[in-house]
Design a protein around this ligand. Structure first.
Ligand code: OGA
Ligand code: MN
Length: 296
């Protein structure tokens, strides 16, 4: 079957595409794989509707696009996990499928997804694509928003572009959770999630476009006083998440949404604590650090 990729919103022709004519439960043809990569380079976010994937199918599909990263950013102890380490559990249920209590540590940690971020920017080698499959969604709320960090970079004034050009930020989940007042980390977690270095401006290896590499995990800029760094990062985030740069995805069950973490930020929106939301994420590794994707 032939496939098409069209902008999700006609008014936003270069950000967020909707793919039709591809069945992700089956092995993809080489042409389909190539079309998905080309679509990602163009749109940064791709939406696939009605993809009734189970975990094995999601893994098989994801592996056709590249190497996966492990879910080592999760706070869930391995014995409590419901999913393999190849899947990130983006849900509010425990391994028996029961809703997590409102004050459960795992739930409170996962609320960090409501802050604008880029996946795994707290890892030396961060994420390339994230692929999120909606297995069960709440009746209302729980949208996911995406911001186009290429357009946001392009819209900066020249002085700010020059100032940001060579900066290196420190990223850690300790920083992002601290914003929400979550500091319930063990010593082992603090050691595991010690800050890593990422460029603030990075170049996409295929398109050559520059983007702002922001994330709520970023809590410092090398060589800068911390309050000044955080004020600057906050200012840039405010700029980058203005409505004209943002696509808000309203989920339907069995949607699969894929985004390129090199050129986007995203965040979850609120939903009720007493309704199940079960999403599962596979994540392709970027294979290299952002330090190796310097702007030129
Ligand atoms: C993620 C994420 C947002 C959401 O899966 O990485 O941040 O809306 N999800 O669940
Ligand atoms: Mn995320």
């Amino acid at each position: 079957m032939s496939h098409t990729i069209k902008p999700v919103e006609p008014a936003r022709p270069t950000f967020a595409g909707e793919v039709s004519g591809i069945d992700l439960t089956r092995r993809l043809t080489d042409a389909e794989v190539a079309a998905i990569h080309a679509g990602m380079d163009r749109f940064g976010v791709l939406v696939f509707r009605d993809q009734h994937l189970d975990d094995e199918q999601q893994l098989a599909f994801s592996r056709q696009l590249g190497a996966l990263e492990k879910a080592t950013g999760d706070i869930m102890a391995e014995k409590d996990r419901r999913l393999s380490m190849d899947l990130n559990d983006i849900s509010n249920v425990d391994k028996h499928g029961e809703l997590l209590p409102r004050d459960d540590r795992r739930r409170l940690f996962s609320l960090g997804n409501m802050l604008w971020h880029s996946d795994s920017s707290f890892k030396d080698v961060p994420a390339k694509y994230s692929l999120l499959s909606a297995r069960r969604i709440p009746a209302t709320g729980g949208n996911t928003e995406f911001a186009d960090m290429r357009a946001a970079y392009d819209a900066l004034d020249d002085a700010t572009k020059a100032e940001a050009h060579d900066l290196i930020c420190a990223h850690s989940q300790i920083f992002s959770r601290g914003i929400l007042g979550f500091d319930d980390f063990t010593d082992a977690e603090r050691a595991k999630w010690a800050p890593v270095r990422q460029r603030l401006v990075r170049r996409h290896p295929n398109t050559g476009r520059l983007s702002l590499y922001l994330s709520s995990h970023a809590g410092a800029i090398e060589g800068w006083p911390v309050p000044e760094a955080r004020a600057f990062l906050r200012d840039l985030t405010e700029h980058a998440t203005q409505r004209q740069f943002v696509y808000a995805h309203v989920w339907r069950q069995w949607d699969l949404v894929m985004w390129d973490n090199r050129v986007t930020m995203h965040r979850a929106r609120r939903y009720r604590a007493d309704e199940v939301r079960d999403m599962r994420r596979t994540t392709l590794t970027n294979e290299v650090s952002s330090l190796e994707q310097a702007p030129i």
